[in-house]
Design a protein around this ligand. Structure first.
Ligand SMILES: Cc1cc2nc3c(=O)[nH]c(=O)nc-3n(C[C@H](O)[C@H](O)[C@H](O)COP(=O)(O)O)c2cc1C
Length: 338
């Protein structure tokens, strides 16, 4: 049972917010891997343009979407956190919106785009949609993958009709796919999680989280994954759209570790530990996407100012092994020695 028809068992994990570009997807696919476009945060128009650009060079790609969540945020906790974040924003003369804003990331428009103009694979993160949405994608020939972080989520994905799983371990960079943003991901290594889920649910698995070289790839394939998705290892590559300040932080010895935090978006995510996390880790409430929208202008200002201290520097535990250079070389190195 294979869901990704790529010669090499390596996929470019989707990385929304800039790092994933059509050029990165194409480079990974042309090296023999499988590419994923990041549909999250993008408008459906931008996503359509990116799909068209990728298709000019490959058909070996999928699209990742954020499944909208209820987004409930405690009103008092939000207000208190907005006051805290406003103090940070004062450094840039910025006024943050003190009222929670919740959206669905354009779910219906993106679903309409992908059912009218199908792609081979759609991967979902942050939960499961209505089963009818999964069926709508499958009817047009798309294989639907659900990102899961526990055996329970894997069973729910199977019951909802998913064709395969992306099993994301807690070592992964960026947001945890967990359906419950109040819960920190289980710290078990990704290969242990893959083995547990492979034993519990009969669906093809793509493993993601913490890959720093060929040994981890081999361990994940041995644990039962048919392919391995890499995010952090691609962040510094030539084709990635990662900001300069993020690229530099990844190789800066001042950043010694990654931590899981809700401070930036209200949903657990792994990032290089910086001052913003240290100042807000204890008080940040769960509440995605409200906290994401609250801090977004602050983070944009930080990126413009080259201020890594207030930026969400998403990174997995393997960040020290993220190299500059062509993405194709990263993909080839992971399998050559395995
Ligand atoms: C900068 C960044 C952005 C990410 N954005 C997304 C996303 O849009 N959708 C998603 O499903 N996962 C996202 N992730 C998680 C990755 O898909 C993947 O699970 C993770 O990168 C794998 O772990 P690794 O970073 O240790 O390789 C992101 C990860 C990073 C580092």
């Amino acid at each position: 049972m294979s869901v990704l028809d790529s010669p090499l068992p390596i996929a470019a994990a989707p990385m929304a917010g800039g790092p994933t570009t059509p050029a990165l997807v194409n480079a990974v696919a042309e090296a023999g891997g499988y590419g994923f476009l990041a549909g999250g945060f993008a408008t459906h128009e931008t996503l359509a343009a990116q799909i068209a650009e990728v298709r000019e060079r490959t058909s070996r790609f999928g699209v990742n979407l954020f499944v909208p969540e209820a987004g409930a945020v405690d009103a008092a906790a939000f207000r208190a956190y907005a006051v805290e974040c406003q103090r940070e924003a004062d450094a840039y003369g910025l006024r943050l919106d003190p009222d929670p804003f919740v959206d669905d990331d354009g779910w219906a428009q993106k679903l309409a785009l992908l059912t009218n103009d199908p792609v081979p694979v759609v991967s979902l993160t942050f939960g499961l949609p209505e089963p009818r949405d999964i069926v709508a994608l499958q009817r047009v020939g798309t294989r639907v993958l659900a990102t899961v972080t526990t055996a329970e989520e894997a069973r729910a994905a199977r019951a909802a009709g998913a064709d395969g799983l992306i099993v994301q371990g807690s070592d992964a960079g960026g947001h945890s796919a967990t359906c419950d943003p109040r819960r920190d991901p289980d710290p078990a290594p990704t290969d242990v999680l893959v083995r547990t889920i492979a034993g519990a649910v009969d669906l093809p698995i793509i493993a993601a989280g913490g890959v720093d070289g060929p040994d981890v790839v081999r361990a994940l394939l041995d644990a039962g994954a048919e392919a391995v998705a890499i995010g952090t290892l691609l962040l510094r590559t030539d084709e990635a759209g990662t900001s300069q300040v993020h690229r530099e932080a990844l190789s800066d010895p001042a950043y010694a570790e990654t931590v899981i935090t809700r401070a930036f978006t209200g949903r657990p995510a792994r990032a290089l530990r910086n001052g913003f996390i240290d100042r807000h880790q204890a008080t940040a409430p769960a509440g995605y996407p409200a906290i994401h929208h609250l801090t977004a202008p602050l983070r944009q200002a930080a990126a413009r100012a080259g201020d890594a201290d207030r930026l969400h520097l998403w990174a997995g535990v393997g960040f020290r092994h993220a190299c500059a250079g062509p993405a194709g070389d990263v993909v080839r190195r992971l399998v050559e020695a395995s």
